[in-house]
Ligand binder design. Structure first.
Ligand SMILES: [Zn+2]
Length: 220
């Protein structure tokens, strides 16, 4: 799907310059990145070649980045079909979608939950529920800052759900760069939200969004 990206190709939190990559291109990228990661370990004084646990680590790390951790940089989000709302004009919400991401600043894990809601107009569009999960995966699986990730997910939902009268996205996540390094504080979490349309302008819509998140939390 076109025009869902907020940032220029090649930016750290965007797609790679030549994205989408073929499988061949991905494996070529793994080989190059593995070589460079070996050099990175060399620079850290790590004799990785002679440790059976580490001798294949550069390749393992490179593979994890290309096929899992940053896969959203190398793949297109496959087509997301929107369907007519057939007169439904209430809230559509999915709460507590798991997100696994990595901060652009330190390359440490960002992990948490995303809640997404939109209100279609009577003659607008709705999407299959799991498509919201796929949008989270697409933008989460790359370097990100939580603030930008929140806006990227919001704007994608806004574009795909044509004719909507409001979109709300809330992310609640912990950052390993806070818990494992620097200040080393365990348990602190970060909340970010991007609201538009009725969620921004109507107290009742905004309250319903946050109430649904609370309800979803209680049902776990
Ligand atoms: Zn960080």
């Amino acid at each position: 799907m076109k025009d869902l990206e907020l940032v220029k190709k090649g930016y750290a939190n965007g797609v790679a310059p030549n994205s989408p990559l073929s499988e061949d291109d991905k494996w070529k990228m793994v080989e190059i990145a593995a070589k460079k990661y070996g050099e990175f370990l060399d620079a850290l004084g790590c004799d990785w070649r002679n440790d059976p646990n580490s001798s294949d680590t550069p390749r393992r790390v490179a593979k994890a980045y290309v096929f899992d951790l940053w896969k959203g940089r190398y793949e297109d989000m496959s087509g997301i079909t929107a369907f007519p709302s057939d007169g439904y004009d209430g809230i559509v919400q999915e709460s507590m979608i798991p997100v696994e991401s990595m901060c652009s600043h330190h390359h440490q894990r960002i992990g948490g939950k995303v809640s997404i809601a939109y209100v279609p107009s009577k003659d607008g569009k709705v999407v299959g529920l799991s498509k919201l999960n796929r949008i989270v995966e697409h933008f989460g699986r790359r370097g990100a800052i939580q603030e930008q990730l929140t806006v990227a997910i919001h704007n994608a939902v806004d574009k795909i759900c044509e004719g909507n009268i409001g979109v709300a996205v809330m992310i609640d996540a912990t950052h390993n760069c806070v818990s494992c390094r620097g200040v080393k504080h365990q348990g602190a979490s970060m909340q970010t939200a991007k609201l538009s349309g009725c969620f921004l302008n109507e107290d009742s819509a905004r309250a319903e969004f946050y109430k649904n998140i609370e309800l979803a939390g209680k049902c776990k």
